[in-house]
Design a protein around this ligand. Structure first.
Ligand code: RAT
Ligand code: ZN
Length: 412
């Protein structure tokens, strides 16, 4: 039987060295140059930090948005790293990114970070950053309704193979008038009424995009009021277009539920919030469509227990990550413990939601730290109960939680 010290070392080493699949990010490969985001100014102007800096500084949001990006970064730096101590998750993250690049932020300040991080990433730099984070590959968020992005795909832009695609359907499901106009302008015959013929066109659109970008899943985010089934455009698009195409193509649908967009529009990208949602739509989807696969995450802490229970009832529901405001040390620890207690190591432990390339460094450092503590404690309990754990068990579980559970679900 392993000693407590050995056990702790096995977990530490397994978690430190596991090659992560980061299954939800907003990153792009360097070849998508107009969309690729990296460098110190972007790290500082992350919308998580904008919201926090606005609490400290006395600048109106209009004045803030009028500033150039480097001036916004300077202002955020002043609020969060000079006037206050960077104790929040996002602010601490900046310090950890700096540390990974050998920059002492206390002495070298923002200029030190600007000197080391590359605002225009090459593949070499992107690979270096992913390697620093121990991330094997990332899944992007690919919006077929974004004109700039569409051009990259239509030109067949080659891309770093560590970036997988995911087809994001927020515009289709949450803004049908815009989607309808866009579809009709790009060769799909859809009228506003969404009859059977239009629905066939939506399916054709989805299949064309599957062929174009080869996504590993379809995804959308929805408000706390999300309902299913319902006789609305969204309900019909789901049941008659998206779910059938997902079934046919054997692709999971990722649902990200509980976001209240633009509760404070002055904050723009930083203005979204969270609210408790209902689990009933997930139950209904999982029960009615056993042939479909659902990757599910909720934004409210209050929904996490019900999600884990729902995953016990339906093998076609895969809980993933601790999303956005839940990605804090306290909540990731709580949620990961609870998931282990209710469904064992059969979920996706985390995703980074990185918007800026270098984010993967601190997001995964944090995830690894929490996972090490949570798993060590659970394994100790298991050993105390007389289960003779092996190092291979630990390696297998860690690999499943950080990567393999996702791929097994996608590929099954
Ligand atoms: O976490 C975030 O950065 C949010 O702004 C959202 O992007 C969210 O993750 C989403 O995918 O909608
Ligand atoms: Zn996201």
């Amino acid at each position: 039987m392993a000693t407590q010290t050995e056990l702790a070392a096995w977990v530490r080493e397994a978690v430190a060295t596991v090659r992560v699949t980061d299954m939800h990010t907003h990153l792009f490969p360097p070849s998508f140059s107009a969309l690729q985001v990296s460098g110190a100014d972007h790290v500082l102007t992350y919308h998580y930090l904008i919201a926090e800096a606005m609490r400290v500084g006395q600048l109106s949001s209009t004045d803030f948005w009028d500033l150039s990006a480097p001036s916004q970064a300077d202002w955020i730096w002043e609020q969060l790293f000079e006037k206050t101590t960077p104790l929040s998750e996002a602010a601490l993250g900046v310090v950890q990114i700096a540390q990974a690049f050998g920059v002492n932020l206390r002495t070298e300040k923002l200029a030190g970070l600007r000197a080391k991080l590359e605002p225009t990433a090459t593949d070499t730099y992107a690979n270096h950053v992913l390697d620093l984070a121990g991330v094997d590959s990332v899944v992007m968020t690919n919006d077929p309704f974004d004109e700039i992005e569409r051009r990259y795909w239509e030109q067949g832009t080659p891309r770093n193979r560590r970036f997988h695609a995911a087809l994001r359907l927020d515009v289709l499901l949450n803004d049908w008038p815009r989607a309808q106009v866009y579809l009709s302008n790009t060769g799909y015959h859809v009228g506003p009424e969404l009859g059977e013929v239009d629905m066939a066109e939506v399916r054709r659109f989805l299949k064309d995009w599957v062929a174009k970008i080869k996504p590993v899943y379809f995804a959308f985010s929805a408000p706390d009021t999300f309902a299913f089934p319902e006789d609305t455009v969204r309900g019909r698009l789901l049941s008659d277009a998206i779910l059938p195409v997902c079934r046919e193509q054997r692709l999971p649908l990722a649902l990200m539920i509980g976001v209240r967009r633009q509760v404070n529009p002055h904050l723009r990208s930083a203005g979204d919030s969270t609210a408790k949602a209902s689990m009933l739509p997930i139950e209904a989807l999982a029960r009615r469509y056993p042939e479909n696969k659902f990757l599910v995450t909720f934004l409210a802490r209050e929904d996490q227990h019900e999600l884990a229970v729902t995953a016990r009832k339906f093998g076609n529901v895969m809980p993933f990550g601790c999303w956005w405001f839940l990605n804090t040390e306290t909540l990731v620890s709580e949620i990961s413990n609870m998931r282990l207690e209710l469904i064992g190591p059969t979920f996706v432990i985390q995703h980074s939601d990185a918007r800026v390339l270098e984010h993967v460094i601190y997001k995964w450092r944090r995830a690894r730290k929490v996972a090490t503590a949570v798993l060590t404690n659970k394994y100790q309990q298991l050993q105390e109960a007389g289960w003779d754990l092996t190092r291979e068990d630990v390696d297998r579980d860690v690999n499943q939680l950080f990567s393999q559970n996702f791929w097994d679900f996608v590929q099954r």
